[in-house]
Design a protein around this ligand. Structure first.
Ligand SMILES: *[C@@H]1O[C@H](CO)[C@@H](O)[C@H](O)[C@H]1NC(C)=O
Length: 114
């Protein structure tokens, strides 16, 4: 009986310790406030970077949702509404890798969603 109590206590402590580590360490989690200026600015940067590479004339609208993942920098997956040359609002999925302390950003991918 006593052994079970101790094991139970260990299980509770272990889950309390591993849960925050999992969130901060490897999982990606939704961005709760996409209206945060940094997130919108990242989205605008992703569109500008994509246009620089392809010259397809897309214009940034807004980031509508996204997730972020902490690695040795932060991986952002952003859903961005842009205006294309045909005057349609379309959604793109951009992945931006940012290492803020060395001032580096990389546009990993930029794909149309709809
Ligand atoms: C595109 O979306 C913007 C808001 O982001 C809106 O003001 C504009 O009217 C929309 N344009 C079209 C063609 O749907």
């Amino acid at each position: 009986m006593k052994t079970y109590t101790i094991l139970f206590a260990i299980a509770i402590v272990a889950s309390a310790i591993t849960a925050p580590i999992t969130v901060a360490g490897c999982g990606s989690h939704p961005i709760l406030d996409v209206n945060e200026p940094h997130i919108q600015e990242l989205g605008a940067w992703a569109v500008a970077e994509h246009v620089k590479q392809t010259n397809d004339g897309l214009k940034f609208g807004k980031v509508v949702s996204g997730s972020e993942q902490l690695v040795s920098g932060v991986n952002y997956r952003l859903y961005i509404v842009v205006l294309n040359l045909a005057g349609q609002n379309v959604t793109y999925n951009a992945v931006v890798y940012e290492q803020i302390w060395i001032n580096t950003r990389e546009l990993t991918s930029f794909d149309r969603v709809n």
